[in-house]
Design a protein around this ligand. Structure first.
Ligand SMILES: N[C@@H](CCC(=O)N[C@@H](CS)C(=O)NCC(=O)O)C(=O)O
Length: 215
């Protein structure tokens, strides 16, 4: 029984929960998970019982509660220094951290207009200027990283940066936002992970509908 517990929201919709979950699965960290379904209309009161921000994900490691997806992943990188959470090379590490921070604070058009939705049928979304700008920047980040590393993931082996962009793979797919062949190849690499497939299958099987996330 692991002493790590990850609180997550709906697998169909909770993009921030997906990030540490897929990072831990792919990099081989054992944990127990507790899924608390969204109660958006009610303000998610249950989240407030374990999360200082009232949001998911939250990792409990012994007597420490860690919130914020990137902080959770960084905590794990220090707890398990040999598992490859960050690239070993200093410059690659800094770059991976930079694009992870960019994901955390940016891409508001993509996040607002195109919520992660594992069960959404693939239907093209028309892109306004703000969405085009976000997609173009994501294409630039991914193609630059893959050209430099040679793939199959952004820095070669799967690392925190891939976990931070995993929900974007779903968004680019279900809203048909990119035709760039290197981007599509990266998306296939991500979707071929057994951890991706496990999460997607569970998300698709969930009974809950969150209207505001059905774009
Ligand atoms: N910056 C936070 C974002 C967390 C977040 O917004 N989580 C959403 C679910 S994907 C949430 O808990 N929403 C519930 C609410 O705002 O009431 C992180 O990286 O963990």
């Amino acid at each position: 029984m692991s002493d790590l517990k990850l609180y997550i929201g709906n697998k169909n919709y909770s993009s921030w929960s997906f990030r540490p979950w897929i990072g831990m699965k792919v990099l081989g960290v054992e944990f127990t998970e507790e899924l608390i379904p969204f109660d958006m209309a009610g303000g998610n009161p249950k989240f407030k019982t374990f999360s200082p921000t009232g949001k998911v994900p939250v990792l409990v490691d012994g007597d420490q509660t860690i919130f914020e997806s990137l902080a959770i992943l960084d905590h794990l990188s220090r707890k398990f220094p040999d598992k490859g959470f960050w690239p070993k090379d200093l410059n690659a590490h800094s770059h991976a951290m930079a694009i992870s921070c960019e994901m955390l604070g940016g891409f508001s058009a993509l996040r607002n207009q195109c919520p992660m939705n594992m069960r959404r049928p693939i239907v093209k979304m028309e892109q306004d200027e703000a969405l085009q700008k976000d997609v173009a920047r994501i294409e630039a980040i991914w193609t630059e990283c893959i050209a430099k590393s040679g793939g199959p993931f952004l820095f070669g082996d799967f690392c925190i940066a891939d976990a931070m962009y995993a929900p974007v793979v779903n968004r680019l797919e279900v809203y048909k936002l990119s035709e760039n062949k290197d981007v599509l190849a990266y998306m296939e690499n991500m979707k071929s992970l057994s951890a991706w497939q496990e999460w997607e299958k569970a998300g698709k099987a969930e009974p809950w509908i969150v209207e505001e996330d059905e774009a």
